[in-house]
Design a protein around this ligand. Sequence first.
Ligand code: IMP
Ligand code: MG
Length: 453
Amino acid sequence: MSRLGHLFEGPHRSCAVVGVQWGDEGKGKIADILADSADVVARWQGGPNAGHTVCFDGGEYVTHHLPVGVFHAETTNVIGCGCVVDLEALVEEIESLGPAKQGSIVIDPNATVITPWHRLIDAGHDEDEEGEDIVGTTNRGIGPTYASRASRVALRVGDLMRDDAGLMLERLFDWCVSRARADDMTLDPDAFVPPSDVLRHLRGALDELKDHDVRIEPGAPILEASLRTDVADRVLFEGAQGTMLGLRAGNYPYVTSSTPTAAGIAAGCNISPGRVDRTIGVMKAYTTRVGGSDEAFLCGRAMDDYVAEQIRDIGGEYGATTGRPRKVGWLDGPALRYAARVNGFDGVVVTKVDVLAELGRQTDVEHVDFLDDYRSNDAGEEPICTFEPTLDAEALTPGSTRSSPIWTEEVRTMRRRDRAPEPLRAFLDFVAEQMETDVAAVSVGPDREAIAT
Ligand code: IMP
Ligand code: MG
């Protein structure tokens, strides 16, 4: 059993990994360690916008659609009905993993198909009147695909086998074209390929997936069988993105189009919420985000540009999917307290504490800051200590900060938390206190082994 195997505790032996911040917290690595003890790993939302990086045996692997259980033999990996799937990209993703792919893969036929048209309108839509990027999406077609599902014109993976799949795709094509027209996009016929071609490509991709032993099968019965209280199988739910990117939970409109919080698991796997025993939040020791407005990223405004640049370099803070530089900030107290509340964490894993150690060694930065509250511009108003989705973050300013001494000791070889240098221990205690939960583990480097419990 892996170092985190004890987290599968409860009547169903299930555990969920949820992003606490704006994604890129290191969920891939933590989910990978947990997957070593799991029999089934399921994704419940998102699609190829995700980028989960896992490092082992000297290699670095990135998954986008696939649960990280694929790196573990005898693990069943479910792409749940709440996910959106780019079938052609998924073929490439599987092939890119080579022999590192060990576990079996199941796609729920009720998951939604991303088409090339969705990708086009995603890329064409994301601008305001001045041509400024608004949300800064990953351009993988995620938002338009979920929108078409909500409009009941999308195809589900299982629909591709239907006799009337061509007709369904024509309706979807019309919907995508009208969206493109509304955004004043030029309808390049080379790009807006006709429905018959798209159907051929999608069915071709489905055949290739079957050649790679991918099964198209409802995920819920597989999960239900493993979650029975008289069965000893362990189930891991692997979240993508993070709480603050949630369609409803996050700082709308700078969000993704799915529900990455614990509340989304049941809907995105089509199971009862009661089947999820424990929810573990994964959070980075500082904050990053890609896309969205600079003004709304209050913890970034609380950090010196020089410090942000150093952390970006040391921590390699560039998107795993898009390569874009991430905005960097200190921990965001109001966002952390909020994430703890909406997810009801049973513990958190704090990642990348080694990056701050390196910051302490390489620069003259002596303190780690913590943004304690937000302030409205009206003097006399109370400080805002908890994030709220309807807050107009752009109209707020970062409020007071708290500082604690940075740590400079080499922590990458640390395997026990009680061996942590004193300033790091104080920092972790402070995080636990703010989030009213335990720190379950600390990630001290990119590799699988680099975890302190
Ligand atoms: P979308 O998910 O491509 O629609 O992008 C919506 C917003 O979520 C953008 O600000 C993206 O940068 C962000 N986002 C989406 N997926 C991820 C992720 O896996 N990590 C970090 N940010 C993400
Ligand atoms: Mg990522």
